[in-house]
Design a protein around this ligand. Structure first.
Ligand SMILES: [Zn+2]
Length: 568
């Protein structure tokens, strides 16, 4: 490099570096918001009736990446939240599915269950008889911790960078929405649908902080007792105002398919569940988040603090009614209000100019098959174990001398084979995997079956689906056969009856597409259509606070965000 070039380079870069360092001293709080099941287009779809200060603030003042996609196949809650927290994909962070088969424990396990760290409250464990979340109901213990996350989170790196001086908190209705983002050194709280309280486990505390006890003693859930969820505006204002009742919507425990949705009395066993199937779940989460900010004096330290909030209502409502429903539409308007209230509170307590907000989602949202069909778009529910019938089993029997017994367990998207039996019979695992995979592949609506042997050998064609399967493949946790459905084909329960309005979890763009928005500080509004991955969030946050990247991160630093924060 010639000397004068060097001088120009010096003049160009030195001021930016100085400003960046000045800015970091002012960054008091990173507020990471996750909306469960918020497909990238949904805020715009419903923005017409939104107020000021929520999504409209993010749109006008934020950097909004409008083409952000996950690139692994299993777009489920724990997978997405962990990817947001770590910048890694499930092949690396290990949270390959909400549920996987643990070959040591010889059973299906729930992603964050941990028998060594029990929850601190009595009578607050999952009640299997009322739990709508089939994955949670599989947990073999009430204990929860982030131990299964195999890499560091951004919040871990922030903690390491400041020698634990940064305060790190997370809250969600869902345990896995909080535990993932809280990382290994933060404090996570989640909502017990059994007790109606925000709870935590002994991984985080020996006993509850006094302010948490006081918060729970207020019994804020009771303000919804005997109240209904009603529409915010007159029906005529809504896109879906004239189609409240649809046959594909689910009437869970008599919650009903039409407004008003009655919560019932607070001592009804479904009461807290109904709150989470409505904007009330997010309103309660907001109350707890405000209590964290106030009582832990978030953003009042000489280092950057971190608060993660995951709002779960959008996911429950999407599953029960679909994202194109009157319920989803009203929920988005209510979520908008919840966000506006949160941003106002943060502005008053910390100052939005000292706060970096980042909002994204753990996965997108498919349209309900019933709704798609009404619009003339092909869609269907399929029973993924439809192959598990006579002709297929006879073919396997003929080949291997056994059939049904070869299957150890099944939880979408993975099928697990009985390795012990295969060994005992002297069979070749790869051959059995391939034969079972072929039988499943023959079902109408299956796009791809791929075996763990094929993925380990990595001898597969370089296509979108195989790559998405590979990004989801962790040798210790993934099953023997990964089953992927065609677009707009969905797995229902094993008996063939649809159990919800819609179900996400596939590799298609409606499931992979999420918003990624940065706001606060000195950021100015801009929409960016360059394709990025939500994995980019964690390393970008690391770059902003100058820490090292999370240990498994495959994301890139969104340098435009870093520069925008730095320049007055
Ligand atoms: Zn979901």
């Amino acid at each position: 490099m010639k000397n004068n070039n060097f001088l120009v380079a010096l003049l160009l870069f030195v001021p930016i570096i100085l400003l960046a360092d000045t800015k970091v001293k002012e960054l008091k709080l990173i507020l990471q918001i996750t909306v469960d099941q918020l497909r990238g287009d949904l805020p715009d779809k419903y923005m017409k009736n939104m107020g000021e200060g929520g999504f409209r603030y993010l749109k006008e003042k934020g950097i909004w990446y409008k083409n952000a996609h996950y690139n692994y196949s299993n777009t489920e809650t724990v997978v997405g939240h962990t990817t947001l927290a770590t910048g890694a994909n499930p092949n690396i962070h290990g949270m390959v599915s909400n549920v996987w088969y643990d070959r040591e424990k010889k059973r299906l396990v729930y992603n964050i269950e941990d028998k060594d760290y029990h929850i601190l409250s009595k009578n607050a464990d999952i009640d299997d008889s009322t739990e709508v979340d089939a994955s949670q109901a599989l947990a073999g213990t009430d204990g929860r911790s982030p131990s299964n996350i195999m890499v560091s989170t951004f919040s871990d790196e922030l903690s390491l960078f400041t020698n634990s001086k940064s305060k790190i908190f997370s809250v969600s209705v869902k345990d896995r929405g909080a535990v993932t983002l809280g990382g290994h050194n933060g404090k996570a709280f989640w909502f017990s649908k059994t007790s109606g309280e925000f709870i935590t486990s002994s991984f985080y505390y020996d006993k509850y902080p006094i302010w948490v006890q006081k918060f729970n003693d207020k019994k804020l859930t009771h303000r919804y007792s005997n109240q209904p969820w009603v529409l915010m505006y007159d029906k005529s204002k809504y896109m879906f105002g004239d189609s409240d009742d649809n046959p594909w919507e689910e009437d869970y425990a008599h919650y009903g398919r039409v407004f008003p949705h009655k919560y019932g009395k607070h001592d009804n066993k479904y009461f807290n569940h109904f709150l989470t199937f409505s904007p009330a779940g997010d309103e309660l989460t907001l109350d707890f988040a405000k209590a964290i900010i106030k009582n832990e004096k978030m953003g009042q330290h000489d280092v950057t603090d971190y608060l993660a909030i995951s709002f779960s209502s959008t996911d429950y409502i999407g599953h029960i009614f679909g994202p194109s429903s009157l319920e989803a539409e009203d929920n988005m308007l209510r979520l908008d209000k919840t966000l506006a209230s949160l941003f106002k509170y943060v502005d008053e307590s910390v100052g939005l100019e000292n706060t970096l907000i980042v909002l994204s989602a753990d996965h997108g949202a498919p349209e309900a098959p019933g709704y798609l069909k009404k619009l003339g778009i092909q869609a269907k529910w399929i029973a993924p174990l439809a192959w598990n019938k006579k002709p297929s089993l006879l073919r396997l029997e003929k080949k291997f001398g056994v059939s049904q017994e070869l299957i150890q367990d099944f939880f979408p998207p993975y099928l697990y084979l009985n390795h012990k039996l295969i060994k005992k019979k002297g069979l070749n695992l790869a051959v059995v995997q391939k034969a079972v995979a072929k039988e499943i592949m023959d079902i109408d609506g299956i796009a791809l079956t791929v075996t763990s042997t094929e993925l380990s050998n990595n001898s597969l064609p370089n296509t979108y689906l195989y790559n998405a399967a590979l990004e989801n493949f962790n040798a210790k946790r993934s099953g023997d056969i990964l089953i992927l459905f065609e677009p707009h084909c969905f797995a229902n329960d094993m008996d063939g009856g649809a159990i919800m309005a819609s179900n996400h979890g596939g590799p298609w763009s409606y499931d992979t597409f999420v918003p990624v928005i940065f706001a606060g500080g000195h950021i100015k509004g801009k929409q960016i259509f360059t394709k990025i991955r939500p994995n980019d969030i964690a390393p970008t946050l690391s770059a902003i606070v100058n820490s090292k990247m999370p240990s498994g991160s495959s994301g890139k630093v969104l340098s435009y965000v870093v520069e925008s924060l730095s320049v007055e």
